[in-house]
Design a protein around this ligand. Structure first.
Ligand code: B12
Ligand SMILES: *[C@@H]1O[C@H](CO)[C@@H](O)[C@H](O)[C@H]1NC(C)=O
Ligand SMILES: *[C@@H]1O[C@H](CO)[C@@H](O)[C@H](O)[C@H]1NC(C)=O
Ligand SMILES: *[C@@H]1O[C@H](CO)[C@@H](O)[C@H](O)[C@H]1NC(C)=O
Ligand SMILES: *[C@@H]1O[C@H](CO)[C@@H](O)[C@H](O)[C@H]1NC(C)=O
Ligand SMILES: *[C@@H]1O[C@H](CO)[C@@H](O)[C@H](O)[C@H]1NC(C)=O
Ligand SMILES: *[C@@H]1O[C@H](CO)[C@@H](O)[C@H](O)[C@H]1NC(C)=O
Length: 435
């Protein structure tokens, strides 16, 4: 009897260790503060873009600076109203993140007010989600991508928006074009899809058995695929998908066996990268942070708004010297190539000199200046930095699943053009590709 009870307790404890997620240790706390600091610094800079992912992360953190978050909240409220009023682009996933950030800040996403008007972000999201489903029905592809569809469902589920459960169950049924980008399984997309569907299973008791069975099978498949992407050192996918993967695995406890994943190993691995500057980009920090705090995007609806009311929790912010590369005056030489890998209409190369420590974007600018005809390009400023939209007039098109891929030799970069630091003699390639 006693043995059975002990056995049961042991099982409970070991399960807790296994999959319920894990938070950073006391010794690792300074690394969390370092990331919070990075996010706050960049988000409050005058030229910063309004960034709901950063606000969401700051609100999910254990320590806040309420006045900072209040400023950031106002900025995204204003930006949401501005985008709607002036018909600016506002994708489904963006609307979802803006709504989540409001909810996490204890501000009603159904009553977002700025400039004297009030906006219902949940209703807008319902509409955006419908448009995505409509596009899939007609063209077979969403307007955005399945990462954003996951964000839509995750958000509607938590904010009690309305959406069709059976359609949603079918939406996430495994298919190559949903979860793969350029032949590579996307841990990011899969993780958000898991979070969305776990949300449905844990909040909706009216799901029909058939839809519920589909959702269970979807989740199981996704989790297996995510775990297949785990390297022996604990990284899941790449460094930038690991935070979201931790979130997904943490909420999927019931689907996992204790030996399927070692949360501590994965967490220690990503934390060890923080002092190297790997997560200095505010988006990288924002997507990792919830996992360090043993929180997930599904905790948004349970945030206690009474805590952090009056700047009571302040952050002690030690600055860890980061391995920031400084530009020097020494010039280095890069071989720069732009190529149309879809229709093979052109391949042009040039040798470019830039100061040591420059990013790829700088190489592209110098080449453009030298020979605008061949090397002109356009980009948009996204929260991840400059996103290359066209080179030599050839424009990336989501409907045709084309994009401008960045490579070093033949290896795709895991960072954008604004962040990737080039080395002397390196061969940089910007290639029109399908994903
Ligand atoms: C879908 C996606 C793509 C699609 C985007 C088009 C589409 N169909 O929507 C495609 C496949 C084209 C793509 C391309 C790239 N991507 Co991408 N992408 C994603 C993904 C899975 C979701 C983005 C999204 O919709 N977010 C939600 C919406 C609401 O936010 P958003 O800011 O409006 O989203 C837009 C931008 O994020 C932009 N975008 C997508 N990827 C990237 C990468 C960079 C560096 C920038 C500046 C912008 C950008 O496209 C989104 C849709 O318009 C993220 C995963 C993640 N964790 O964020 C990776 C992710 C952002 N991508 C990444 C990378 C590295 C790239 C590439 C640089 C890869 C390469 N070697 O070429 C290129 C960008 C090159 C360029 N032209 O500048 C990394 C960025 C890591 C980092 N530290 O910078 C991520 C985090 C994936 C990962 N785990 O490594 N991507
Ligand atoms: C909190 O934020 C406010 C406004 O951004 C700033 O003035 C203040 O110094 C911050 N406090 C701490 C402890 O960081
Ligand atoms: C759906 O399936 C899950 C997992 O199999 C189960 O725990 C849950 O109770 C089911 N929900 C409903 C409403 O049937
Ligand atoms: C389902 O949830 C609703 C509201 O959350 C509750 O009123 C109802 O009793 C629940 N039904 C079942 C069968 O648990
Ligand atoms: C929220 O926090 C306040 C202050 O700590 C506490 O009094 C209250 O009970 C909490 N509410 C919930 C729902 O946990
Ligand atoms: C900040 O504090 C105020 C009360 O002073 C509270 O109403 C609000 O929800 C808090 N905001 C955030 C973003 O935490
Ligand atoms: C992107 O932002 C930078 C710096 O904030 C600005 O100089 C540049 O003009 C912007 N580019 C575009 C295409 O909006």
């Amino acid at each position: 009897m006693m043995k059975a009870v002990l056995g049961f307790l042991f099982l409970l404890l070991s399960q807790r260790q296994c999959c319920l997620g894990c938070a950073v240790s006391e010794e690792q706390r300074p690394q969390v503060a370092y990331l919070l600091n990075k996010m706050i610094q960049s988000a409050t800079a005058p030229e910063a873009l309004p960034n709901p992912s950063v606000l969401l992360a700051l609100q999910l953190a254990r320590e806040h600076n309420n006045s900072t978050n209040q400023i950031l909240l106002q900025r995204i409220a204003q930006d949401a109203v501005d985008r709607v009023q002036n018909g600016k682009s506002f994708s489904s996933g963006q609307v979802a993140l803006y709504a989540l950030a409001h909810q996490a800040s204890c501000s009603d996403p159904r009553k977002v007010s700025a400039k004297g008007t009030s906006l219902d972000l949940v209703q807008l999201l319902e509409k955006k989600f419908e448009m995505e489903l409509e596009n899939i029905k007609i063209y077979g592809n969403p307007l955005s991508n399945y990462y954003q569809l996951g964000l839509c469902v995750l958000t509607l589920c938590q904010l009690q928006g309305s959406f069709s459960l059976s359609k949603t169950a079918d939406l996430f049924i495994p298919e190559q074009k949903k979860y793969y980008l350029g032949g590579q399984f996307s841990v990011d997309i899969a993780s958000i899809a898991v979070l969305a569907q776990i949300c449905i299973q844990s909040t909706d008791n009216s799901t029909l058995p058939e839809a519920n069975g589909t959702i269970t099978a979807n989740i199981q498949w996704l989790l297996n695929k995510i775990l297949e992407q785990k390297s022996s050192d604990g990284v899941i996918g790449n460094m930038y998908s690991t935070g979201e993967a931790i979130q997904a695995l943490s909420v999927a406890n019931e689907y996992l066996t204790p030996e399927s994943w070692n949360c501590r190993q994965t967490l220690d691995r990503v934390v060890s990268e923080i002092p190297k500057g790997t997560f200095d980009h505010p988006m990288a920090a924002a997507q990792l942070l919830p996992s360090l705090e043993d929180r997930t995007y599904l905790d948004v609806s349970t945030i206690n708004c009474s805590i952090g009311k009056d700047d009571l929790i302040l952050i002690a912010l030690p600055t860890i010297p980061s391995t920031n590369h400084h530009q020097s005056s020494r010039l280095i030489t890069i071989m720069y190539t732009v190529t149309d890998g879809v229709s093979n209409t052109f391949t042009d190369s040039t040798s470019v000199s830039v100061p040591e420590g420059s990013v790829l974007f700088k190489v592209m600018e110098v080449a453009q200046e030298k020979d605008p005809k061949r090397f002109r390009f356009t980009y948009v400023n996204s929260t991840w930095g400059p996103y290359i939209t066209s080179v030599r007039g050839l424009v990336a098109d989501n409907n045709k699943r084309t994009y401008w891929q960045l490579l070093s030799g033949e290896t795709p970069l895991s960072k954008g053009a604004g962040e990737y630091i080039v080395s002397d003699g390196e061969s940089m390639v910007v290639k029109f590709t399908t994903y």
